[in-house]
Every structure is written in C-alpha cells, then in structure tokens.
Design a protein around this ligand. Structure first.
Ligand code: A3P
Length: 272
C-alpha cells in the first residue's frame, strides 16, 4: 500500500542488495569454507558463495560494484562474504573501516605449522614441480634459519596481521574461531559465531555428523538439498609428509609469535 505503513512494509519485506555486515577475513587454509558453508544453514544469514577479493584486488571498482555482488537480503538478515587474503593484506583494514566501522570481523585460525603444510599441499597440487617444503621454508639449506618471507610461513605470523586490524577495530569486533575446534566440535564453534553475530543459535549439533571416510564433520542436510554433504576433495587433503626435525624447528620459530598472538587475542589456542 501507500503511505507510511506501506513504506514500512516494503522496507521489511523487500529483499535488497546491501553491503556486508560481517566478513570472514582469514586465514587461508584455516577452515574458512567450512565455516561459511555451516553459517549458510542459518536463515538470517545471506552469504556470497565465491570470494569477491574486493578490498585486496578490486577496490577501484568501488562500493557500488561490491554491493552488486552481494546476494539480496531482507532487513535484519546478516550479509556476509569471505576472502581469506584480507587478513594479510596491508591496505585492507583501513579500507574495510572506510566502508563501515561497525562491520563484524571473523578470523578462523589454525596452528600455523599445520596451516603452512596445508598451504604448501595446495600449492603443489596446482604447480607440481616446485621445490620441497624444506627447501622453501629455510634459508641456506639449514633448518636453523627460517624464511619467514615465504608466503606459507608469513601468513602464519598471526600477531603481526592481527595487530594491523587492531589499529582500526577494537578486539570486541573481531571474533576468532579455532580451526581445530571447528573440526572437533563444529556446533560449539558455531554457537559462539552465532552469538557474536547477534543471531539465534539455529545451527546446532543436529546439523552435523562425523563422516569417518572423510575424517571431518559433514552436513546432514545442506541448504537447498535433502542429501548429506561433505566439503569437496580440496578440503581435507592428505598433507605432504614433513621431516620431524623440520616440524620441530618450525614450532620453535612460531612459539614466540604464537605467544604474542595469544596476548593480543586474549586467548590461548593451545598450539605447540
Ligand atoms: P586441509 O585440506 O589441509 O585439511 P580453507 O577452506 O580456509 O581453505 O581451509 C581448508 C581446511 O579446512 C582444510 O585443510 C581442513 O582441515 C579444514 N576443515 C575444517 N572443517 C572442515 C570440514 N568440515 N570438512 C573439510 N575440511 C575442513
């Protein structure tokens, strides 16, 4: 109808494209796809399926382009996207802040050593003839000096990256998800994320089952389907086998960085 009442009704019942209210900003190989797929079960969440890379790659296209990428949402629904590279790109925090200083930020973190191996496993699956993990991880072929510039290792310097976000956003606006617990207790991690987003806890343990063949939690009924569903083959890959000495050396390298990260995050993720 017309008039104030009609306007209110249209506002409430018309789906429109809106800028995101929440972003999954990282980390690459942390479990970001799993988190997004699980959140999509929530009727009050509207999430973009692909990674738009707006703040890191396509920023010059402008906010109208970015908005046009978003799924339509009703008033009150939470619009989201995930682009794991946001967490580690220098210009992103200020750009996100310029869009909205109230946006909610989510980071899935995972033991940086396991994350690096997962990252390397993905790289080698695309470019099979690259040098070994060990060769790339250390300078001068000695396990003494870690090459922290190498992307799979550099991404795991979480304290450094989080600090850049904390220069723009208060910690209360950044929710950290444990990548390990997302696998061992998906419903528990999802409960905290839904609380953080101000949503009812609708995604619960009823939605998950542990698939023994896959070795990961899977969905009993994903969105728009009645069949059980696990993530694809590229999620939950078998990792390259790494020499225990190499692992030890990397764990030592990350120890102080992890300690810094726990302090900044005000929580201990228990990586050792
Ligand atoms: P691996 O393939 O190394 O095991 P992202 O989606 O951010 O790229 O993260 C990929 C990682 O998500 C996988 O790394 C896997 O460990 C993790 N993961 C978490 N929950 C999962 C699930 N339910 N199914 C498959 N992978 C999951």
């Amino acid at each position: 109808g017309r008039g104030v009442q009609g306007a209110l009704e249209r506002r409430e019942y018309t789906a429109a494209r809106r800028l995101p209210h929440a972003l999954i900003i990282g980390v690459k190989k942390g479990g970001t796809r799993a988190l997004l797929e699980f959140l999509r079960l929530h009727p009050d969440i509207r999430a973009l399926g692909s990674e738009p890379h707006f703040f890191d790659r396509h920023y010059t296209r402008g906010l109208d382009w970015y908005r046009s990428m978003m799924p339509k949402a009703l008033e009150g629904q939470v619009v989201m996207e995930k682009t794991p590279r946001y967490f580690v790109t220098t210009d992103t925090p200020s750009r996100v802040h310029a869009m909205s200083r109230h946006v909610k930020l989510i980071v899935v973190v995972r033991d940086p050593v396991t994350r690096a191996i997962s990252d390397y496993t993905q790289i080698i699956s695309k470019t099979p003839h690259i040098p070994s993990f060990e060769t790339l991880a250390f300078k001068n072929h000695s396990t003494a000096e870690v090459d922290s510039q190498w992307s799979p290792l550099w991404i795991g310097l979480y304290a450094l990256h989080l600090q850049r976000w904390l220069d723009w956003f208060p910690l209360e606006q950044i929710h950290l998800v444990s990548g390990e617990r997302l696998i061992s207790d998906p419903a528990g991690e999802l409960a905290k994320v839904q609380d953080f987003l101000g949503l009812q806890r609708i995604v619960t343990d009823k939605h998950f089952y542990f698939n023994k063949t896959k070795g990961f939690p899977c969905l009993k009924k994903p969105e728009g389907s009645s069949k059980p569903h696990c993530l694809g083959k590229t999620k939950g890959r078998t990792h390259a086998r790494i020499d225990p000495h190499v692992l030890k050396s990397l764990r030592e390298f990350y120890r102080p960085h992890n300690e810094d990260f726990y302090k900044l995050a005000r929580q201990d993720f228990g990586w050792q």
